[in-house]
Ligand binder design. Structure first.
Ligand SMILES: [Zn+2]
Length: 183
């Protein structure tokens, strides 16, 4: 069932179906008309009180009733989640520099390889992975473990490459190469 968490909340509040979600009487204020919208997206329950209750007040009220699924997570799990997010943020910048160079490298290799070369497949896969932020991050972390020196070199090359490009762009703007639509 796609919305079982939301449905659990909705049932407990005797909500009625409304579109893809439910409408219930809001537990955070004296609610005569159902004004609380409940739905589920990507496994997360979303609530919104149309009478204007603060989101936090609604969640607190649901929590007191034992109806807030995110607290089905333990405090340790929540700490873990926060830690993972911080780690992702810290790694994102070197990962981007790495991804820039790795993508150029893969493209160059692809151009030099014979059409029948079996390596083409893994290079194409690498390029596809490097197209998303999560892919760049995951690839960077793998490389960092497998080839630490090479990865450091790629990160630093990526950073310089970026600085050089932005330097060139700045020089271009100053030199009047990037017209501002006067023509
Ligand atoms: Zn409300």
């Amino acid at each position: 069932m796609a919305c079982e968490k939301a449905e659990r909340v909705a049932r407990a509040l005797e909500a009625r179906r409304s579109g893809s979600g439910w409408m219930a009487r809001c537990p955070a204020h004296e609610d005569r008309e159902p004004s609380l919208a409940i739905r589920e997206t990507d496994g997360k329950v979303l609530v919104h009180c149309h009478a204007g209750c603060d989101q936090r007040a609604v969640v607190d009220a649901l929590r007191r009733k034992g109806l807030w699924p995110e607290v089905w997570r333990t405090p340790e799990q929540r700490r873990d989640h926060a830690r993972r997010r911080r780690r992702d943020e810290a790694d994102m910048q070197p990962a981007r520099s790495f991804g820039d160079v790795a993508a150029i490298f893969a493209e160059e290799c692809l151009e030099t390889l014979d059409v029948a070369d079996p390596q083409r497949r893994s290079l194409s896969r690498l390029l596809a992975v490097l197209r998303t932020e999560s892919g760049v991050l995951a690839e960077y972390r793998q490389w960092r473990v497998m080839y630490p020196k090479l990865t450091r070199a790629l990160v630093s090359a990526g950073r310089h490459h970026r600085e050089r490009i932005s330097g060139l762009v700045l020089a271009g703007i100053e030199g009047g190469f990037c017209g501002t639509g006067s023509g």
